[in-house]
Design a protein around this ligand. Structure first.
Ligand SMILES: [Fe+2]
Ligand SMILES: [Fe+2]
Length: 374
C-alpha cells in the first residue's frame, strides 16, 4: 500500500483560518483549551520524529577537560566528577539523545564517592585506568577497560579507585531524562559506606561464566543478577561467534548483553550491545525507533547518520536518534572494529513502539551529503 503523506487530504486537519475561527481560538485559550485541528498534524506525525540531532564527541578533545575536573573539584564537593555530553537539540532535558543521558566520569587513585541511589537506572562502560571498582547493593565489583557494568533502578551504588591504581575514566549512561519526563525520579544518599554483603566479585563470578547459573539461586529482581560483563569474555565470544555466524549486513556480528536468568535485557529501561564489524565491513543502512549512544571500543571507522558522515576511533562517542538512517563502516581492511552501544529498547519494545525499515535505494547505502567536523 502506498502511503499518502500529504496533509491536504481527508483524515488530516486542513482547516483554513477565518475571523470567526480566530475569535473562537482566542476564546478557547482564555479557558485553558484549544481546538485539536490546529495542532493535530504537528502532534501526530506521519512517521516517528526525533528532536535530537546526530552528534559525535571526540575523546581526544574531551579527555583533558575530563581530567581537569578532578583538579577543580573534589568528589566530596561534586558528588561525581562528570563531563556530560548534551545534544544540541536536547539541552532542556540534559539528554545526549532522545531521553538518554551520558557523561564521562573520572576518579583518581584513592578516591571514592559516597553511596546513593535513584529511580533512574545507570550503566558504565570503562574507558581507561586500573584498580577501579563499584559497589552495587553490597556487591563490590572490580572492573577493567571495556567492561560493562550496570547499576539498576534503586540499587545503592558507589565507585572508587584503589590507592595503587591508575586514574579511571568511564562512560556513564542513564535514563534520567526519561524518568524525569515520567516525573518519577528520586534520589537518596546513603549514610556512610555500604556494608559488603557478598565476597568481592560475587556477581560476575557466580553468574558470569560458561553460560551456567547457580542452580539454587534466589533472585526476584527485575534486572540481571550479573552486574559486570567483562571484555575479556565478551570480545572472544564475538570472535568465536563470527566463525559460525552469517554476518548481519547492517550490524556485523552484534550481541546483546543479557540477563542470564531470562536472556532478556539487563535492566527494565535500558539495554546494551557490543558489535564487531569485521575487517573491511561496509554496513547497509536502516532506521528504527529507539535512541542509541555508541562508544567505539576497538578500532576505527565511520558511521553515516541521516546522510552525515562521522569518523570515529577508539573511545569516541556518538549518538543515533530514533528513526535516523544509520550505517557503520570499519575503517580497516585488516582489523576488526567494535562498537559498544546502549539504548532505550526495553521501553520501546514493552510499549509496542518498535519499528524498523531498511534502506532500499542506492544498494542500501546512504549518499553522504555532509561530513561532521568540529
Ligand atoms: Fe548514581
Ligand atoms: Fe540500528
Amino acid at each position: 500500500m502506498n502511503e499518502n503523506h500529504s496533509d491536504n487530504q481527508i483524515g488530516r486537519a486542513r482547516v483554513q483560518d477565518s475571523p470567526e475561527l480566530l475569535a473562537y481560538y482566542k476564546e478557547l485559550k482564555t479557558l485553558g483549551a484549544g481546538a485539536l485541528w490546529t495542532v493535530a498534524n504537528d502532534i501526530e506525525p506521519w512517521e516517528p520524529r526525533s528532536s535530537s540531532v546526530p552528534m559525535l564527541w571526540k575523546y581526544d578533545d574531551l579527555r583533558e577537560l575530563v581530567l581537569k575536573s578532578s583538579e577543580l573539584v573534589t568528589p566530596e564537593q561534586a558528588g561525581r566528577r562528570v563531563v556530560y555530553l548534551v545534544n544540541d537539540k536536547r539541552k532542556d532535558v540534559s539528554a545526549a539523545v532522545g531521553w538518554l543521558y551520558t557523561g564521562i566520569q573520572v576518579t583518581r587513585p584513592g578516591e571514592s564517592t559516597s553511596a546513593h541511589r535513584h529511580k533512574a537506572s545507570a550503566l558504565r562502560f570503562i574507558m581507561e585506568g586500573e584498580g577501579g571498582y563499584t559497589v552495587v547493593d553490597g556487591n563490590k565489583i572490580t572492573f577493567e577497560i571495556n567492561d560493562f557494568v550496570i547499576t539498576p533502578n534503586s540499587t545503592w551504588h558507589e565507585h572508587g579507585v584503589v590507592e595503587n591504581g591508575k586514574t579511571c575514566i568511564w562512560q556513564d549512561g542513564l535514563d534520567i531524562p526519561l524518568i524525569n519526563a515520567l516525573e518519577a525520579n528520586d534520589y537518596a544518599v546513603y549514610d556512610g559506606k555500604q556494608p559488603l554483603d557478598f565476597p568481592v566479585n560475587y556477581s560476575p563470578l557466580a553468574y558470569g561464566t560458561a553460560g551456567i547459573i547457580p542452580a539454587d539461586h534466589v533472585w526476584d529482581k527485575p534486572y540481571s543478577p550479573l552486574f559486570k560483563f567483562s571484555w575479556s569474555k565478551v570480545y572472544p565470544a564475538l570472535v568465536e561467534a563470527q566463525k559460525v555466524t552469517k554476518v548481519n549486513l547492517v550490524d556485523g556480528i552484534i550481541m546483546q548483553y543479557s540477563n542470564p536468568l531470562t536472556g532478556g535485557h539487563v535492566m527494565q529501561t535500558m539495554s546494551a550491545s557490543m558489535q564487531l564489524l569485521p575487517a573491511g565491513f561496509k554496513g547497509k543502512a536502516h532506521k528504527h525507533t529507539g535512541s542509541f549512544v555508541y562508544q567505539c571500543a576497538k578500532g576505527k571507522g565511520h558511521s553515516i547518520i541521516n546522510g552525515q558522515r562521522f569518523d570515529w576511533k577508539e573511545r569516541d562517542i556518538f549518538c543515533v536518534p530514533s528513526w535516523a538512517w544509520h550505517e557503520h563502516h570499519n575503517g580497516s581492511e585488516t582489523d576488526d572494529a567494535c562498537l559498544f552501544s546502549f539504548n532505550d529498547l526495553p521501553v520501546i519494545e514493552k510499549l509496542g513502539l518498535y519499528q524498523e525499515r531498511e534502506l532500499e535505494e542506492n544498494n542500501g547505502n546512504q549518499i553522504i551529503i555532509k561530513v561532521f567536523k568540529l
